[in-house]
Design a protein around this ligand. Structure first.
Ligand code: ATP
Ligand code: MG
Length: 563
C-alpha cells in the first residue's frame, strides 16, 4: 500500500542559499578566505540530540558544498561533566549521520599548553590579572543589565604578582575556587560578557584526555575562539545565544598573537514543539532511570532515533527543510515525521504483522493443506522483488478488524460480511466464538477458492482489504509503540518524573509476524502493512524478535501546515 498521505513538499526558497551560505560565497568571491574551514564543537557531556544534527548538517554541509573541510572538535574544558563514553558516542553519531572529519579530530585540550602561554601573554601585556575574590564576591560586583559592575581590588595588582599566582595555580598550590584568572576589559561595559570574564578556574579533577596534568581549566569563551584560530577555522558557526559573546570572541583575537582570524556567525537553534532538547534534562532522564539509557527509542537523541528506526537521511532531510535562520522559531513534530514517512515510504519493504491477533479458522479450507503465495516486497518498486508467504486453515487477523455489531461505516469483518485478505482470498465470517467472559476469541469463516490472489473472477468487490499472518508461519514477537515522552514541559530543576507521560511506551506481547521479519538481513526499516514503519530492536533474541514502531502511517503535516 502506498503511503497515500505522502505529500511532496517543495523546499522553502531559502534552502541552499541561507545567510550563512551567502556570507561564505561572498568571502570566497572577495578572497577573504581561500578555503572554507568549519567545525562542529560538542562538549562531551552527553549524547547528541536532533538539535545538534542541525549544527552538524550545517557545518559539515557547507564545508562539503564549498569544497572545504569540517573539523570535529571536542570542547573538553569542563572535566567534571565530561566522559569518554560521550566522546565515543558523539563520534559514532556524527558518522552515522553521514559525515566524516577525516584527519581533523581535535580537542580544546590539545591546546591547553598554548592557551596557558597566551594567558601569560595577556597578563604581561596588561590585559589579564589573577583575582582572589570569592565566587560570591565576583557575582555581587558584576553588576546587572542596568548597573555597571565594580572593579576588583586585585585588578591593578602588579604583572609579576599575577604571573606568579597563575603559575602557582597551575602547580596545584591552591584549592578549587581560591582564585581565577580574569581578562581586564571593562567592568562598566554594557555587555556583561566583557566585564572582566574568567579565563581560568582552579579545578582539581581528572580529565578524560589530560588526566591529572592540569588543575586549572580554561573557560569556554577563552578556549573556543583560540581553538578556532589554531585550527584555522574560517567560519565559526554557533547558535544565537552566543551573539553577545561575539565581542569577547573578537577581543581575544585582537589581543593575542593568534595565527588566524576566524569570524563567528550565529544562527537560530532547532527547536521542536513538545520536544525537550535540553542536555540537562536528558542527562537527568538517564541518571534518574526514567528511560532505559541514552539510546532509549523515546529519547530525541541521535542514538535513540537510530534505535527507533529513524534513518539518518530523514534527519538530514528534515534539518534541511527547517532552513537556517537568524531568528528563533519552533517547528512542529509532524514536519519531522513527514520527512521520516516520505523516506520510509520509498525504502521500507512491506511485511505483514498482526499486533493484536484474533484467530480465524477457515472451515472450508482442507485440513492439513497449505500453500505458498508470492507477494511483492514493495508496491512501487519492482526491484525490491517478491517473497513467498504461507496460507493455511488457521490465520490471525487484527482484533480491531472485526466487530460483532458494527456501526454503519465499519467495512471490515463482521458476521456475514466478506473481506479480502491481502494477496490471498476473500473470506466471509460465519460464526463468532466467545469465551466464558463473553470475549471474542475466534472467528469461523469460509473462503472462496476462486479468489486466489485477492481478486474475484466475477469482479465482485469487497470494501476492505486486511492484513493477516498464517498460524503455520507466525513468529511470536514483541512490539513497542513509542509515544511522547513528556506529558508537559518539565522543570529542569524540579521533578522530571512528574512531567512524564505514563504511557510513553506501550509494549505489545504475542504479536504475530511473518517469518521474513526474522531472517538474517533484517537490519532495515520495514512497513507493517496498514500499521506503520517498524524497526528491529537490539533487544531481539533468536526466535523472539522485538520491534519498535518508528512511526505510524498517517501524515498530519499537510494539515498542520495549512492550519
Ligand atoms: P550545553 O553547552 O549546555 O551542554 P549544547 O546543546 O550547547 O549544550 P554543545 O555540545 O555545546 O551542547 O553543542 C555543540 C554544538 O551544537 C554547539 O555549537 C551548539 O550551538 C550546537 N547546538 C546545540 N543545540 C542545538 C540546537 N538545538 N540547534 C542547533 N544547534 C545546536
Ligand atoms: Mg554549548
Amino acid at each position: 500500500m502506498a503511503d497515500e498521505t505522502a505529500i511532496v513538499e517543495t523546499a522553502p526558497p531559502e534552502v541552499g542559499r541561507d545567510f550563512i551560505r551567502e556570507i561564505i560565497q561572498a568571502d570566497l568571491d572577495s578572497k577573504r578566505v581561500s578555503k572554507v574551514v568549519t567545525r562542529f564543537p560538542p562538549e562531551p557531556n552527553g549524547y547528541l540530540h536532533i538539535g545538534h544534527a542541525k549544527s552538524i548538517c550545517l557545518n559539515f554541509g557547507v564545508a562539503e558544498e564549498f569544497g572545504g573541510r569540517c573539523h570535529l572538535r571536542f570542547d573538553d574544558t569542563n572535566p567534571t561533566k565530561e566522559e569518554q563514553e560521550y566522546i565515543d558516542a558523539i563520534k559514532r553519531d556524527v558518522h552515522w549521520l553521514g559525515f566524516d572529519w577525516g584527519e581533523h579530530l581535535h580537542h580544546a585540550s590539545d591546546n591547553f599548553e598554548q592557551l596557558f602561554a597566551w594567558a601569560e601573554h595577556l597578563i604581561r601585556t596588561g590585559f589579564a590579572y589573577v583575582d582572589d575574590q570569592s565566587q560570591e564576591q565576583m557575582r555581587a560586583s558584576r553588576g546587572t543589565l542596568t548597573e555597571p559592575g565594580k572593579n576588583s581590588q586585585f585588578r591593578e595588582r602588579p604583572v609579576e604578582e599575577s604571573l606568579d599566582l597563575l603559575r602557582r595555580m597551575r602547580a596545584g598550590e591552591f584549592p578549587n575556587g581560591a582564585r581565577v584568572l580574569r581578562a581586564k576589559i571593562d567592568m562598566a561595559s554594557g555587555n556583561i560578557n566583557l566585564r572582566d570574564p574568567v579565563l581560568y578556574r582552579i579545578l582539581h579533577a581528572s580529565h578524560p584526555r589530560t588526566g591529572m596534568k592540569w588543575c586549572i581549566y580554561p573557560s569556554y569563551d577563552y578556549a573556543h575562539g583560540q581553538s578556532d584560530a589554531i585550527e584555522g577555522i574560517t567560519h565559526s558557526i554557533c547558535t544565537l545565544e552566543f551573539e553577545d559573546h561575539r565581542p569577547l570572541y573578537d577581543w581575544f583575537l585582537e589581543h593575542l598573537p593568534v595565527p588566524a582570524r576566524p569570524r563567528q556567525y550565529e544562527f537560530a537553534k532547532l527547536m521542536i514543539k513538545n520536544t525537550v532538547l535540553s542536555k540537562r534534562v536528558l542527562v537527568g532522564l538517564v541518571r534518574e532511570g526514567h528511560v532505559k539509557g541514552w539510546d532509549d527509542p523515546r529519547m530525541p537523541t541521535l542514538a535513540g532515533l537510530r534505535r527507533r528506526g529513524v534513518p539518518a537521511a530523514a534527519i538530514r532531510d528534515f534539518v534541511r527543510r527547517t532552513g537556517v535562520a537568524k531568528a528563533n522559531s519552533v517547528v512542529e513534530v509532524p514536519m519531522f515525521e513527514h520527512s521520516i514517512r516520505e523516506l520510509l515510504n520509498k525504502t521500507a519493504l512491506r511485511r505483514m504483522a498482526v499486533l493484536r491477533p484474533l484467530k480465524v479458522v477457515i472451515e472450508n479450507y482442507p485440513e492439513g493443506k497449505g500453500e505458498e503465495l508470492e507477494v511483492v516486497n514493495h508496491p512501487d518498486d519492482p526491484a525490491a522483488g517478491t517473497r513467498r508467504i504461507r496460507f493455511g486453515r488457521e490465520i490471525y487477523i487484527e482484533y480491531e478488524d472485526f466487530m460483532e455489531n458494527p456501526p454503519k461505516k465499519f467495512f471490515r469483518l463482521s458476521p456475514g460480511t466478506e473481506v479480502r485478505l491481502r494477496y490471498a482470498y476473500f473470506i466471509t465470517c460465519k460464526e463468532v466464538v466467545k469465551n466464558a467472559a463473553g470475549e471474542v476469541v475466534e472467528l469461523r469463516c469460509t473462503y472462496d477458492p476462486a479468489t486466489r490472489g485477492g481478486n474475484a473472477p466475477d469482479a465482485r468487490k469487497v470494501k476492505a482489504t486486511m492484513h493477516w499472518v498464517a498460524a503455520v508461519d507466525a513468529v511470536n514477537a514483541e512490539v513497542r509503540i513509542i509515544n511522547e515522552l513528556f506529558e508537559r514541559a518539565p522543570d529542569p530543576d524540579g521533578d522530571l518524573g512528574a512531567a512524564l507521560n505514563s504511557n510513553s511506551l506501550e509494549v505489545l506481547q504475542g504479536c504475530m509476524v511473518e517469518p521474513a521479519l526474522t531472517s538474517a538481513n533484517t537490519d532495515a526499516p520495514v512497513q507493517f502493512e496498514r500499521q506503520g514503519y517498524f524497526y528491529r530492536d537490539a533487544d531481539s533474541a533468536p526466535g523472539k524478535p522485538v520491534f519498535n514502531r518508528t512511526i505510524g502511517l498517517r501524515d498530519t503535516w499537510a494539515k498542520v501546515r495549512t492550519g
